[in-house]
Write a protein that binds this ligand. Structure first.
Ligand SMILES: O=P(O)(O)OC[C@H]1O[C@](O)(CO)[C@@H](O)[C@@H]1O
Length: 350
């Protein structure tokens, strides 16, 4: 299949997931402008905990912010992918409720629990019940443009949280515009017109295989999870994710049996910064040696200098891979039939 022909790549993509992927840098820029016009909450004291409640693509945005807090932040930051915020959240804490549609049941339920806890709530949404409730309750709302699949709205959902946290003096300047400028150059290498294209090549390796995506460290693991979600939803393709060094304490033994198991072909990906410690690099090298021919690993290094540049470029690369893999699999990247059927069934459960 000729993935160098845009018409071929978009043949099964009537809703334009490829175009939305290409538009990600512009989306981040627009989100930055929107967020810059909104007053962030004024905090009297530093919160004990900052949380972000969100599912799927909206939860992924929380992981990016979490990584920045873990590297440079002034409070613990947790991502809640569940119906309620933890019991230790209370008055003085900050809870971002992020739902692009504004109608995701788990996030609306987490919103209700956060409200009960007395925490300061900030909503990020394009509308729906979350907008209605947060406005009625008098909380800060970052309102972003609607009308696209939530997983393609990562910029809209993440950038306002970063801007708000910076303005609340919880993180140093994440240099968002610098990261966007770098993102704007990536389409030349990974976009549909780029012929010598590593993203297309990696999608080709994943086609007919089970991708195993390892992060060479914690934030790299968060991005690996975003890759998995995009590969699952866009390409209708299973993928497994793990993170160094934890996988050296368990999953490495799973590979011992994998050679004889009839799973088919595995293809490995390691997402890395490039400046990991000597010991972390050694872990990847030795692990790959032990796994041997059962699975060969492609290392994908992050681009840029800042943590945000590195995370966004690695995630953008994975988004392209997932769209090319969707085409190779012969599926519409927009279709989420099973998710919708699940929601229909759940609607019958009281
Ligand atoms: O951001 P939202 O609208 O809450 O959606 C969260 C997630 O739910 C889904 O719409 C599927 O139910 C995902 O595509 C999305 O990432």
């Amino acid at each position: 299949m000729n993935l160098n022909d845009r018409a071929v790549v978009t043949e099964l993509d009537p809703k334009g997931i490829l175009a939305l992927t290409e538009g990600f840098p512009a989306q981040c820029r627009e989100a930055f402008e929107i967020a810059s016009r909104v007053d962030a909450p004024k905090l009297e004291n530093r919160p004990g905990v900052v949380a972000l409640a969100g599912m799927g693509g909206s939860g992924a945005g929380g992981d990016f912010v979490r990584a920045i807090f873990e590297a440079h932040g002034g409070a613990p930051f947790i991502v809640v992918r569940d119906y309620a915020v933890p019991s230790y959240i209370g008055v003085g804490d900050v809870v971002f409720c992020a739902s692009y549609s504004g109608n995701t049941e788990e996030t609306l339920s987490a919103y209700a629990s956060a409200k009960k806890s007395g925490a300061r709530i900030v909503a990020v949404t394009s509308g729906g019940k979350l907008k209605e409730q947060a406005e009625a309750d008098g909380y800060t709302v970052y309102l972003v443009p609607g009308g696209q699949p939530p997983r393609t709205a990562l910029g809209y959902m993440m950038v306002p949280v970063l801007v708000a946290c910076h303005r609340m003096k919880l993180i140093p300047d994440p240099e968002i515009e610098k990261a966007i400028a770098l993102l704007e150059t990536c389409g030349e290498d990974w976009g549909p017109e780029a012929k010598d294209n590593d993203a297309k090549a990696l999608a080709g390796k994943m086609h007919g295989a089970l991708p195993i995506i390892y992060g060479l460290g914690s934030w790299q693991g968060y991005i690996a999870n975003r890759w998995r979600c995009q590969i699952n939803e866009n390409a209708k393709h299973l993928a497994f994710v793990n993170t160094y060094p934890e996988l050296n304490h368990n999953e490495i033994m799973g590979w011992v049996g994998a050679t004889g198991q009839s799973v088919g072909r595995y293809v490995g990906v390691v997402l890395e910064d490039g400046s990991e410690s000597v010991r972390m690099k050694a872990r990847a090298r030795v692990t790959e040696g032990l796994i041997g021919e059962t699975c060969s690993f492609t290392h994908v290094p992050a681009l840029g200098e800042t943590l945000l540049e590195k995370m966004l470029t690695l995630a953008h690369y994975g988004d392209y891979v997932s769209v090319y893999l969707a085409r190779l699999n012969g599926v519409d990247p927009e279709d989420i039939g099973s998710i919708n059927r699940l929601k229909d069934e759940l609607a019958k459960v009281s």
